[in-house]
Design a protein around this ligand. Structure first.
Ligand code: CAA
Length: 261
């Protein structure tokens, strides 16, 4: 595995890559160097055929406590505007493979936004989400206002963004932002995320990629466009070997053997 300064990478299960944010002294604050490494790892795993699902996590204490405030504090408008500050964060949302966020501890500001960029969020009971930017005189800048509003609805998103209060794992779950709060007795949220990623990795990679694309279309298109997009991609599946294999295996009462093509 390639060595990084601010992240760790590993292969905890067949077809699964795990990226662990590892800047403990700053509660995984998302500095530019950290994000550069994260993007590099994400891109490499997306291009690696032996990886079919990713998990992103932090430490028990912090998934990530936000963008690096110390790095941002003296920046000027012309600098952030001309340099398209934070635009590179979006790379994570352009990958083909599913990425699951396993969140423990603080997921604040950019940390909450980072979790929201992932396809699935699992939370430990210790997870604390929030968009506290209002407390430091700004607003979310990594997609928080948009993705949070999609995830939890307007009134709650307004409350969170305008009061800057944190919300709990249970609230995030009740509001539909996280799939599940994983009780500690189950061996932890990272294990649950890796297990889920391993299930996804056991499916046809081409069907998984298409499935991710069509669910995302629900957030980007009108209903009519989204339905058409889904149907066309569904039709397209009939050009894949895995459609033939999957349906034949069902008819022959045997397990499918995916070629991921
Ligand atoms: N940026 C830079 N450093 C940070 C940081 C951040 N977002 N969050 C924590 N740290 C650093 C602290 O400065 C501290 O460093 P030092 O030991 O050198 O002083 C270290 O991490 C440990 O933090 P604390 O001592 O503050 O730990 P705590 O347990 O007392 O508090 C906390 C934890 C409540 C998360 C608190 O650190 C905090 O409020 N952090 C900032 C949260 C925040 O405002 N995030 C939003 C950032 S803005 C943003 O993300 C913009 C965007 O939309 C992209």
């Amino acid at each position: 595995e390639k060595q990084y300064e601010f992240i760790l990478t590993s292969r905890p299960a067949e077809g699964v890559a795990l990226i662990t944010l590892n800047r403990p002294k700053a509660l995984n604050a998302l500095s530019t160097p950290l994000f550069t490494e994260l993007n590099d790892a994400v891109k490499r795993f997306d291009e690696d055929d032996s990886v079919r699902a990713l998990v992103l996590t932090g430490s028990d204490r912090a998934f990530a406590a936000g963008a690096d405030i110390k790095e941002m504090k003296d920046k000027q408008f012309s600098e952030v505007f001309k340099g398209k500050f934070l635009e590179s964060w979006g790379l994570l949302t352009t990958i083909r493979k599913p990425i699951i966020a396993a969140v423990s501890g603080y997921a604040l500001g950019g940390g909450c936004e980072l979790a929201l960029m992932c396809d699935i969020i699992l939370a430990s009971p210790s997870a604390k989400f929030g968009q506290p930017e209002i407390n430091i005189g700004v607003i979310p800048g990594g997609g928080g206002s948009q993705r949070l509003a999609h995830a939890i609805g307007k009134s709650r998103a307004m409350e969170i963004v305008l009061t800057g209060r944190n919300f709990t794992a249970q609230e995030a779950s009740d509001w539909g932002m996280v799939s599940r709060v994983v009780p500690d007795e189950e061996g932890g949220v990272v294990k649950a995320a890796v297990d889920m990623a391993a299930v996804i990795a056991s499916k046809s990679a081409i069907a998984v990629q298409a499935g991710k694309e069509v669910v995302n279309a629900a957030f980007e298109h009108t209903l009519a466009e989204g339905l058409r997009y889904e149907r066309r991609l569904f039709h397209g599946m009939f050009a894949t070997k895995d459609q033939k294999e999957g349906m034949s295996a069902f008819a022959e009462k045997r397990q499918p053997k995916w070629s991921h093509s």
